[in-house]
Design a binder for this molecule. Structure first.
Ligand code: HEC
Ligand code: HEC
Length: 576
């Protein structure tokens, strides 16, 4: 990190003398720690509400010298997310001295905002997989996302989603500080969340429950005015900051990097299982080996079939011994970016995930020692992959992990509009626009609002959300709450990627819809209210749903079909 205005001084001062400022952000509501999902907050307009998402992108941090001059770190950007507990950042290499002011921008300058997302390193605050704030296919970032539920006058729960993007809503946060940076220090900032609704303008949620900043919506301007007043200084301490934990991930070999579509965000792989050609090949062999099942009748590929982008066309898969599972089998591609696996995210790594189906009584139902005993003839392949012929559960898991990590899909008609300047046909283009536009009946704007959850390069935000399949009382699968035990996670499932969706029917965690048309009907008017329904869908309920026309529904389906990557399905079939 280099500091403007201090290049000369830095040349003369050894770097070790530079100070580090750690900044810790504490989200509050009227002075008390903000509890996410708690519907007992009351804003200045008297509305009862909750906050389910509070996420910000910051840039251009600067410190003010006593003489008044501001000095800053070039190219500095950070991401805060109250829901994920990402509430801390650092300024490194600060010239030692005392400072009287601290400021930063909410939002990004245009050049940074518009850079191709593939340029941000894995783990960088502006990598879309880190911040989840790059929803639209080609535009820039959303830099402020505030979402939640609120109580309607009739007592029901509505939803609001406030998003700021672009440069016209950007603002600068300035706080007075008394910082002695002759050595490292920690600055604790309070984030007064209630000020979103009242700092300058009073926001009445029931009158405007979503922003449309692309159209220079007045609500977006009022929220932006409020947002620059969110922060205040709590205290400065000398407590030494613990060293940041850096995980650079495995260095990607060239042959592996070449498989990754160039327009995808950068990826970080597990550092202790670097992919090798022999390892990936062994993983592929194991994926198709029926000896991993109790009666040698079933391989992974039995439920993850190539023609269906490695998903299962059956509503519920049938295991080696004829038992039926409870959930629909998921397609397998672009897994290297996923933060957790299965519909409820109960496996945190692929390595951990792959041993589960082998032992699951509803699936392959084999013990690991038996499976190892049966595949002794693969010892030379294990030697090629791992250096010695030993076969172990850990090596089976790592080889399968390498294979799964190497499955990339990014060559659909939609991708070719970016990579080859191809265009979509008229109806597909209309579906694209609907997909990426918010519905705003009050202003006559037609939109299907899919992009908040299915946006970005993967057509998913990789979050656990409730898309309104069941009302609270009708919930039969707790979803994410099974893993976390939290009521706020009831009925939430990982948002699936919509890539190859035309090949992956039936749909949803329980395969309840057989066609894309049925899925669109669900989002149009079938969304069920519940305590954990996502605000981005809840906000349509009081307007009676999306109210799409027959033509608009057909356009959305046509667009979803442009996400099919024929080469992915074919590639895997030919390599069997
Ligand atoms: C009997 C059918 C069946 C077999 C056999 C099977 N799977 Fe699956 N797979 C499923 C189902 C169903 C799910 C979703 C389960 C859930 O979410 O609870 C799934 C989910 C997954 C996922 C999670 C994907 C994601 O996006 O989170 C991975 C990875 C996976 N399977 C890999 C494998 C591997 C590797 C094997 C072989 C060792 C295998 N599966 C064998 C049915 C099967
Ligand atoms: C609030 C977030 C959210 C919004 C908005 C949203 N979805 Fe979804 N979508 C989800 C979640 C979560 C699931 C999985 C739910 C489950 O299985 O329980 C899903 C599942 C799907 C599936 C099934 C995919 C599969 O492989 O089973 C399709 C297709 C889909 N959505 C399309 C759309 C379309 C089209 C729109 C816009 C009309 C849309 N979604 C809007 C969150 C959302």
């Amino acid at each position: 990190m280099s500091w403007r205005g201090f290049s000369l001084l830095l040349l003369l001062t050894p770097l070790a003398e530079a100070a580090e400022l750690r900044v810790i952000v504490r989200p509050l509501w009227r002075g008390e720690p903000l509890v996410m999902h708690d519907t007992r907050l009351v804003n200045a307009a008297g509305t009862r509400l909750s906050i389910t998402r509070l996420s910000l992108l910051l840039s251009h941090a600067e410190l003010q010298e006593p003489g008044g001059r501001w000095i800053g770190a070039k190219d500095w950007a950070e991401h805060l997310d109250a829901g994920k507990g990402r509430l801390e950042f650092r300024l490194n290499g600060v010239p030692p001295g005392s400072y009287t002011g601290f400021r930063f921008d909410l939002g990004l300058d245009e050049a940074t905002d518009q850079r191709p997302v593939a340029q941000w390193p894995a783990g960088h605050p502006l990598n879309p997989e880190v911040n989840g704030m790059h929803w639209s296919w080609r535009g820039g970032f959303v830099f402020c996302a505030l979402e939640g539920r609120y109580v309607l006058p009739n007592g029901e729960l509505g939803g609001y989603s406030y998003h700021l993007a672009g440069q016209s809503c950007q603002g600068t946060v300035v706080v007075a500080v008394n910082l002695d940076l002759s050595q490292d220090a920690t600055l604790v900032l309070n984030l007064h969340a209630e000020r979103f609704f009242e700092a300058v303008h009073t926001i009445h949620i029931a009158e405007a429950d979503s922003t449309h900043s692309a159209d220079e919506d007045p609500l977006a301007g009022r929220l932006a005015d409020n947002a620059v007043h969110l922060f205040g200084v709590e205290k400065v301490t000398r407590e030494p900051p613990p060293a940041p934990v850096l995980n650079e991930g495995a260095e990607l070999p060239d042959w592996f990097a070449a498989k990754i579509p160039a327009h995808f965000p950068k990826v970080r792989l597990p550092a202790d299982n670097p992919p090798t050609l022999a390892g990936v090949a062994l993983g592929r062999t194991l994926f198709h080996d029926t000896r991993l099942s109790v009666n040698n009748s079933q391989s992974c590929a039995s439920c993850h079939s190539a023609a269906h982008a490695l998903s299962d066309p059956r509503r519920f898969s049938i295991g080696a011994e004829g038992r039926t599972g409870q959930r629909q089998a998921m397609p397998l591609f672009n897994l290297a970016w996923k933060p957790a696996f299965f519909w409820d995210g109960r496996a945190l790594s692929l390595r951990e995930q792959v041993l589960m189906p082998i032992q699951d009584p509803d699936e392959m139902h084999e013990t690991l020692p038996n499976a190892i005993g049966k595949i002794r003839d693969l010892a030379p392949d294990f030697e090629a992959a791992f250096g010695t012929p030993e076969i172990s559960a850990d090596r089976i898991a790592k080889a399968l992990e390498q294979h799964l990590l190497s499955l990339f899909s990014g060559d659909s008609a939609m991708d070719r509009t970016v990579t080859d300047d191809k265009t979509l046909c008229e109806i597909e283009q209309r579906g694209f626009t609907l997909f990426f536009t918010e519905s705003d009946p009050a202003r006559g704007i037609r939109g299907a609002d899919c992009f908040h959850c299915h946006g970005g390069a993967f057509f998913t935000n990789h979050q656990f959300l409730n898309n309104g399949l069941d009302a609270d009382a009708a919930l039969t699968d707790e979803g994410r709450a099974k893993v976390t035990g939290k009521a706020a996670d009831r009925g939430k499932f990982m948002v699936p990627s919509l890539r190859n969706v035309a090949l992956t029917a039936p749909y949803m965690h329980d395969g309840r819809f057989t066609t894309l048309e049925e899925v669109i009907e669900h989002y149009d008017h079938g969304v069920k209210p519940s305590a954990t329904l996502d605000p981005n869908l809840a906000k349509h309920l009081r307007h009676g749903g999306l109210g799409l026309t027959v033509d608009e529904k057909a356009a959305l389906v046509a667009f979803l079909k442009t996400l099919t990557d024929e080469s992915f399905a074919m590639l895997d079939r030919s390599a069997r």
